[in-house]
Ligand binder design. Structure first.
Ligand code: FRU
Length: 547
């Protein structure tokens, strides 16, 4: 930390005289890319305020380390070069003098190589993430915005983080896209491209990317818009925000997470908004003036509504509506009213929450990304995005159902290294010994039961697949295969350092979980069950997306 002393030399410390809460402040003339801040969970959260050239800019809460830091977080200040940043802190201010600017973040050398850093899932460099927001494709880039607390590995200070990808698997993290403001934290929402300039923000041939988000204040949650003319790098908030304030109508603080899309037949915008007890539909011609149309009860947070062909047939479509838990209804939609016909059903369970799908895909696929409620022991970041998956509607014995499978782009990450057929479970367990020390792996298998009992697969004592043929459950969740007399089950298992995702029977059901091996377990990779046969067993090595 020798260079730190030099960096602090540029920092002056002032004490506000006469304030009962002794808020101290430092001033830094910005000439580097990042501001590095030390965090200690021994400290309470206290308010930190940033002013740019004397003008109030941002206020967050942070556990600024007074002594040793548990980890460091950062604020990207590259857009502030040449300006003076004033930082004041209401808490124990000893840490103020440790804040320093640099062109790298603390821990840069080891970035993405940390012990518990997922290797083929998106995680943020520092801080907490939850819901994916504003998933959109534009001009060769997939945009992943997301709920982000850049200042701590727990939920707070909601910003919209931002990452872009050309292929849905390799992501580059960019500076925050939306910052908390006087209306509140930047809660979940969506993004559209305003090709027809309905909101009036387009510039020449450049269409505005418009983010529609919830600002969550202490008393109410309101819906707002912001536009970007530089591919989502920077957003300008609409000066007359909010565009919807419905707290009084619902007598509820829970009005949030707008999902907006263009409804082609009606030539208007549709917003699905979670309000109190379900999803409301609003319509608009310009993204600013919204008209309430209808409401479907029984959903909580993070709405989705989209049309899918059944078995790929464009002449036979259904609309899918779901909320944050992913339970869904199938029905019809006329641009104003969603009429539920069937449901609710469940296609995925476990660590997944608040999944959203991409708008403006370059092809006809419906691609979903879900938040993985997974933490990474001892890491300065928390939460992750699960693998991007393609959602399809396929006819089953019970009628049309959602299927969920990793997108084809993920295939580039996996190389087949072993392929065996018709093994006993003992033999399979023996063959898998060579992979005991591999931290990331994909295992594709099909087992055949010979007794109507239960069977499955464990990873160092952790149950990955537990198929109970008596009560028809997989890990406790009801599951009945397409052929209900079948004694077989297939599972495609994606094992990352801290998470496991399992896709059953070609995506008919899927689930995700934290990877929690029992460190004393000697069984390793372990198929179990009464005389089961391992019909297929394929093992794939995994390429890190961070190399
Ligand atoms: C879902 C959610 C959303 C909200 C956001 C806040 O996980 O509670 O309803 O907008 O997270 O971070």
């Amino acid at each position: 930390m020798n260079s730190l002393t030099l960096k602090i030399a540029a920092v002056c410390v002032f004490l506000f005289a006469g304030l009962s809460l002794s808020a101290e402040e430092i001033k830094i003339k910005i000439d580097k890319q990042y501001l590095n801040l030390p965090v200690s969970h021994d400290q309470d959260r206290s308010k930190m305020t940033f002013k740019v050239d004397g003008e109030p800019d941002l206020s967050v809460v942070i556990r600024l380390a007074a002594g040793n830091a548990d980890y460091w977080v950062f604020k990207d200040v590259s857009h502030l070069k040449g300006k003076t940043l004033t930082i004041s802190y209401d808490g124990n201010s000893e840490g103020l003098n440790k804040i320093f600017q640099d062109d790298v973040i603390v821990g840069q050398d080891n970035l993405y190589k940390e012990k518990n850093r997922p290797q083929f899932h998106f995680t943020t460099r520092r801080g907490w993430i939850n819901d994916p927001n504003g998933l959109i494709y534009y001009d060769g880039e997939y945009h992943l915005f997301y709920q982000h607390n850049p200042y701590e590995r727990e939920w707070e200070n909601m910003h919209w983080g931002h990452a872009v990808s050309k292929d849905l698997v390799h992501w580059e993290e960019l500076p925050s896209a939306l910052y908390p403001d006087h209306l509140g934290g930047m809660f979940s929402g969506s993004a559209v491209m305003d090709y027809d300039n309905t909101a009036g923000y387009n510039k020449g041939k450049t269409p505005a990317m418009i983010a529609i988000y919830t600002a969550a204040g202490a008393d109410k949650q309101v819906q707002c818009i912001a536009y970007s003319l530089d591919k989502g790098r920077t957003f300008t908030k609409y000066e007359a925000n909010p565009v919807i304030d419905s707290r009084h109508i619902w007598n509820s603080k829970d009005t949030r997470d707008p999902k907006v899309f263009w409804y082609t037949p009606g030539k208007h915008w549709v917003m699905v908004l979670n309000e109190r007890d379900g999803h409301s539909i609003y319509t608009s011609s310009n993204l600013k003036d919204w008209k309430y149309e209808s409401h479907v009860t029984g959903f909580w947070e993070c709405p989705e509504l989209f049309e899918l062909p059944v078995d790929g047939n464009p002449n036979n479509t259904k609309w899918v509506m779901y909320g944050a838990s992913g339970t869904y209804m199938l029905g019809s939609f006329d641009g104003k009213v969603f009429t539920p016909e069937k449901g609710k059903y469940q296609y995925t369970t476990g660590a997944i929450y608040a999944a959203q799908t991409f708008t403006n895909m370059p092809d006809s696929r419906r691609i979903q990304v879900g938040w993985g409620r997974i933490s990474h022991p001892e890491m300065p970041f928390n939460g992750m995005m699960l693998l991007p998956t393609e959602l399809t509607l396929r006819t089953t014995k019970d009628g049309p159902r959602l299927f969920n499978l990793p997108v084809k782009e993920t295939e580039t990450l996996f190389t087949p290294v072993r392929d065996w057929q018709n093994l006993t479970s003992d033999k399979a367990n023996d063959l898998l010994k060579e992979f005991y020390n591999t931290d990331c792996l994909r295992i594709k298998t099909r087992i055949k039961l010979s007794h109507a009992t239960d069977a499955g697969f464990n990873l160092f004592g952790q149950r990955i697949v537990g198929y109970d043929m008596n009560s028809n459950t997989i890990n406790g969740v009801f599951y009945s295969p397409e052929d209900m007399t079948s004694m077989e089950l297939s599972a495609d298992i994606y094992i990352d350092r801290t998470s496991i995702e399992v896709f059953i029977d070609d995506g008919a059901y899927s689930y995700s979980m934290e990877r929690k091996p029992d460190t004393n377990n000697k069984e390793g990779f372990h198929f179990w069950g009464n005389n089961i046969e391992v019909k297929d067993l394929q093992v794939f090595s995994v390429k890190s997306v961070w190399n």
